[in-house]
Design a protein around this ligand. Structure first.
Ligand code: AP5
Length: 207
């Protein structure tokens, strides 16, 4: 069973994936995290050239990567965070799920206004040891002086603009693709972290 989390950069997909994965024992596969972790491999080096510019990594690379990860995962409950984000990826993913007999439970669309996104991305800090995602104001870490905290290289104003245009051009049509398939659940991601979490729990794991 797979849940796909889609939304603009900074809409809160990673934050909510981590919370839900912990609470409901799900595997969290974030294509952005996987690419960043592989920065010293051949694939990672190729991907880095696109990530630093705010552009998407080519579809064939992403499809191979996700096919490999999905095949390797033994558990059957997965949150896929950030894939598919083009229509080509979505169509290929559809075939993969059919071949593996995996149920695509829901596609969650994190809907949010642009102004909030930019503030979130400019204030984001990540702990390189734990992978925990923080925000300087909205979700501060225990100490701002820790040497493990860093800002992502693609969270700079110019790159944010590129990422948002790429999102509108490539990922919005993917969201429409799933809306037409009537598998899309739209969540108001403008709310606080806790409120978004409660909405997701209510909709995805009703008691
Ligand atoms: P990726 O890492 O997936 O980046 P993204 O999609 O741009 O998403 P983000 O990680 O920026 O945002 P998020 O929605 O997870 O928000 P977060 O929870 O961190 O991809 C990076 C790159 O890899 C891409 O640009 C591309 O190059 C490549 N790539 C990855 N997948 C690919 C694919 N399928 N195809 C091609 N290329 C691919 O939250 C952001 C901030 O907001 C944090 O500071 C957080 O604390 C704060 N926050 C979160 N929720 C709230 C809230 N409700 N209220 C207030 N603050 C909040």
């Amino acid at each position: 069973m797979v849940f796909v989390f889609l939304g603009a950069p900074g809409s809160g997909k990673g934050t909510q994936s981590k919370l839900l994965a912990k609470k409901f024992h799900l595997i969290h596969l974030s294509t952005g995290d996987i690419l960043r972790e592989q920065k010293n491999s051949e694939l990672g080096k190729v991907a880095h050239q696109y990530i630093v510019k705010g552009e998407l990594v080519p579809d064939d690379i992403m499809i191979d990567l996700v096919t490999e990860k999905i095949t390797a995962v033994k558990k059957d409950k997965i949150i896929l965070d950030g894939f598919p984000r083009t229509k080509v990826q979505a169509e290929s993913f559809h075939t993969l799920l059919q071949q593996k007999n995996i149920d695509l439970k829901k596609v969650i669309y994190f809907s949010i206004n642009k102004e909030s996104l930019v503030k979130r991305l400019l204030g984001r800090i990540v702990d390189q040891n734990t992978g925990e995602i923080y925000h300087k104001e909205h979700n501060p870490p225990p100490s701002l002086n820790s040497k493990d905290l860093f800002c992502r290289s693609d969270d700079e104003p110019q790159k944010i603009n590129v990422r948002l245009s790429v999102y509108e051009k490539e990922t919005m049509p993917t969201i429409d693709y799933y809306r037409e398939k009537k598998i899309l659940l739209e969540i108001d991601a403008n709310k606080s972290i806790d409120e978004v979490y409660q909405d997701l729990v209510k909709n995805l794991f009703p008691s």
